[in-house]
Write a protein that binds this ligand. Structure first.
Ligand code: SF4
Length: 394
């Protein structure tokens, strides 16, 4: 088995899909399921979320597997996680998107080994010339200098503190963090400088840093959001293969809450006909574990994520493939995805409306979101001391 470049002209539909009906797109996913040039053998991708590794959308040539008579794919080793050191010049990213509650974020990692099939960050791997599929969960970019860069940026004259979202794009507590401790280094800087932070994760590893988070919570400098999509461990294993199990995530909510750290549960994403029946149960279990607020996001599928999601459904829930997408399209104005910021998180139409009402009434019954969101303090911010290596002018 080998890889060869393939003229995009031979299969333009795959590289740049033409508008298709829901039924045509589903049929294409079923055909891909049996296409050895497209799919990766299930043994090689054991414990991974995506079922394929399609060529990145900016690549001039498409890659495909072919049998060259030397090795059969079944004999190849399973996909290993590869770490790639990145040396960015700055670490705080800024955004002005009106549907986001933060304007600054830090992502210590690019790519995410948790491998959630629905992850909206997957298509960002195309910027590295990589695939949104298996590359996203096996080729992880790490930023070991993040704590130093952060310190430098916080020290800049005129820096204005506002809550930094840690892991807005990819999980700051993915498995490699256990060894690298980059996220912990960032928290140490934020704690030292009294800078507010909001964390989003699906990992129990966040409890390792309770010692820091507890101190920050006492000064209203931290909130943690735990994303819980299902209480069913079998579904979680298929959908989020390397993230913490649902039971571990609930235990994480419990440990953080008991330490006095405000916890939000995020039912994100809600996938029609896959986990939408669990909204009330997830909120109830999270509330019992100590969460005080909750939010949700309806599945959103930018760029090639729509076809990766179809591939995942074709493998795990073939009978639901058409149904899931017909509901999704109804919530996205007849398309697979609508990037308009005013509707991208919650969708439109009767199904989206019904999900919103179910969520609101369950949250209200449990007393979630009762208090107005706890304001994070920025008035305590103390810029880091001057770098000892810098010479004083005076
Ligand atoms: S944990 Fe978050 S960032 Fe990681 S794959 Fe899942 S959704 Fe994406």
């Amino acid at each position: 088995m080998n890889i060869r470049a393939k003229e995009p002209a031979r299969d333009a539909a795959r590289l740049k899909p033409a508008p298709r009906s829901a039924a045509e797109a589903a049929e294409a996913a079923r055909r891909r399921k049996d296409d050895p040039a497209y799919r990766v053998d299930s043994e090689r991708r054991r414990g991974r979320g995506a079922v394929a590794n399609p060529t990145g959308r900016y690549e001039p040539m498409q890659k495909e597997s072919f049998d060259d008579g030397w090795e059969v794919e079944e004999g190849l080793p399973s996909l290993q996680t590869e770490l790639i050191v990145e040396k960015p010049r700055t670490i705080i990213s800024k955004n002005d998107s009106p549907d986001l509650s933060f304007d600054k974020s830090i992502n210590p990692y690019r790519g995410c080994e948790h491998g959630c099939s629905y992850c909206f960050a997957r298509p960002t791997h195309a910027f590295q010339g990589l695939s949104s599929g298996l590359d996203f969960e096996t080729k992880i970019f790490i930023k070991p200098t993040a704590p130093e860069l952060l310190e430098k940026e916080l020290r800049a004259p005129g820096y204005q503190p506002s809550t930094i979202a840690l892991g807005s794009n990819t999980d700051p507590y993915q498995p490699v963090e256990k060894k690298l401790r980059i996220t912990r280094g960032i928290l140490e800087v934020l704690n030292r400088t009294n800078h507010p932070v909001g964390i989003v994760t699906k990992s129990a590893l966040v409890t390792r840093d309770i010692d820091i988070l507890r101190q920050m919570a006492e000064r209203q400098l931290v909130k943690v959001a735990i994303s819980i999509t299902t209480l069913d461990p079998k579904l979680a294993r298929k959908m989020e293969p390397r993230a913490a199990s649902p039971a571990k995530r609930l235990d994480t909510v419990r440990q953080l809450s008991e330490a006095g750290i405000p916890v939000t549960v995020l039912v994100a994403p809600i996938i029609p006909a896959i986990n939408d029946h669990e909204i009330e149960a997830i909120l109830k279990a999270s509330h019992q574990a100590g969460a005080t607020s909750a939010g949700y996001v309806l599945l959103r599928l930018p760029y090639d994520l729509k076809d990766l999601m179809r591939d995942w459904l074709a493998e795990h829930y073939p009978d639901k493939l058409n149904h899931v997408f017909s509901i999704l399209r109804e919530t996205r104005g007849g398309k697979d995805y609508d990037a308009d910021w005013s509707v991208r998180q919650k969708g439109v139409g009767p199904y989206a409306w019904m999900i919103g009402r179910r969520f609101e009434s369950a949250a209200a019954r449990l007393g979630l979101n009762r208090r107005r969101s706890l304001a994070m303090r920025t008035d305590l911010f103390t810029p880091p001391a001057r770098d000892k290596g810098q010479l004083s002018l005076f």
